[in-house]
Ligand binder design. Structure first.
Ligand code: GDP
Length: 399
């Protein structure tokens, strides 16, 4: 046996035949100081199929089996090693593709998100305890001091949850990818720009107007941020039914996107007027084909000059985008990252609000209990059995 938590080089052999399996490293983590909180042995073997299948066969004869997907994390959760938000953070960390996603998952893993919810839970439980105690008093009405304290704390909790919810879904967007739509008149070079930004031939470019009839999406890592770029059909009047549908989708996509790149031909600055449909700072004007514009053409103010063909101006465009995204997403406070959390928080907030207008203290207490359960469900401290299967099934085997 290796000493606890010390790597030791060992020869692994089949206990029945005595035949060697591998020259390996073994580690031994006695409970409770292990990843799952249980006794854990770890073998580091040469990863070939033959070694692994021989080792698994031997372990199987000893009555061991392969872990289900997420089973280690689930056992760790069951043994109180971390809360549900941290278990989800592990899944996010495994799936993280960009720096920003990795940072967000790590921040959630360190427990700061769970700490916010547990803090609210604890305060709510105190309010509830006070209210229950008052209800249990045999006399008529609630003591006014308690009534006022309960109302004040309930109100401030609801307000804090409000602020947390009003985050523009930044955490969820960072998890799923920040949507940037590329728009503009046909042939302005939208597909070429998408290809340039994604560094591959994802969209078909052609000089024939109306080539991109559907929305083409490419997920890219933009200086550490997960971005989903969408190339859309050219914005123009058309009698073609399919093109009209493409146009409808382009408009819907543009509406939903975080940022819009309105691309136009630099030699036709009048086309930039089309961007007026989406006023505001989230629409950037991009003057393409500056390699052709032989100077002299005045660009609309703020337009970024680029050439999707030569690559001129692309670095500056990426820089502008990255700065815009960084300003929006680099926040110190941990963000809500999942629809599951959002739904539970919305339910908790609604219950808190209801409690404020409840006609009887018993009903008020019931609403506060519901709110408390909602918060507890996020971190996994109350009835989450049904949720666990869903959450841990997302993991891959061996995590
Ligand atoms: P879209 O309809 O807006 O998607 O435009 P495309 O990307 O298909 O480009 C239309 C045509 O313009 C193609 O022939 C491209 O090769 C050409 N093109 C795109 N960007 C540039 C550029 O920066 N300079 C030049 N000279 N041609 C470009």
């Amino acid at each position: 046996m290796p000493a606890p938590r010390r790597a030791r080089r060992v020869r692994l052999a089949d206990p029945e035949s005595g035949e060697d399996i591998d020259d390996a490293i073994a580690l031994w983590f006695p409970a409770p100081a292990s990843v799952t909180g249980e006794d854990v042995a770890e073998f580091q073997v040469h990863g070939s199929r033959a070694v692994i299948s021989a080792l698994i066969a031997v372990l199987g004869r000893m009555g061991l089996r392969l872990a289900e997907p997420g089973e280690f994390t689930r056992r760790a959760f069951a043994n109180g090693k971390f809360d549900l938000t941290q278990a989800e953070a592990i899944a996010d960390l495994i799936a993280a593709e960009t720096e920003a996603q990795r940072r967000q998952a790590l921040r959630q893993l360190d427990g700061s998100l769970g700490a916010i919810y547990r803090g609210w839970s604890a305060r709510l439980l105190r309010v509830l305890a006070h209210l229950e105690a008052a209800i249990d008093f045999p006399d008529e009405d609630l003591p006014p001091a308690i009534e006022a304290e309960v109302a004040a704390e309930t109100g401030s909790l609801a307000a804090e949850i409000d602020t947390h919810l009003a985050d523009g879904r930044r955490g969820e967007r960072l998890r799923d990818g920040i949507a940037i739509a590329i728009l503009g008149p046909p042939n302005a070079g939208k597909s070429s720009l998408l290809n340039k930004l994604s560094r591959r031939e994802a969209a078909i470019t052609s000089p024939i107007a109306g080539t991109t009839r559907d929305v083409i999406e490419v997920a890219i890592d933009l200086v550490g941020y997960p971005v989903v770029l969408a190339d859309t059909a050219g914005l123009r009047e058309s009698a073609d039914v399919i093109e009209q549908e493409g146009l409808r989708r382009a408009l819907a996509r543009a509406e939903a996107a975080e940022l819009r790149l309105f691309v136009f031909d630099a030699s036709r600055p009048q086309d930039a007027a089309g961007a007026a449909v989406w006023p505001g700072p989230d629409t950037l004007l991009v003057a393409n084909k500056i390699d052709l514009a032989a100077g002299g053409t005045a660009l609309p103010p703020g337009a970024l000059p680029i050439s999707a063909l030569t690559g001129e101006g692309i670095a500056a465009l990426i820089d502008t985008l990255a700065r815009r995204i960084a300003a929006d997403f680099d926040l110190a406070a941990p963000l809500l990252t999942r629809a599951r959390h959002r739904a539970a928080l919305e339910a908790a907030r609604a219950a808190l609000r209801r409690s404020l207008t409840a006609t009887l203290p018993e009903l008020q207490a019931e609403d506060l209990r519901l709110a408390w359960r909602g918060l507890g469900r996020i971190t996994g401290h109350v009835d989450v059995e049904d949720l666990l299967d869903v959450i841990f099934a997302d993991f891959c085997i061996g995590k």
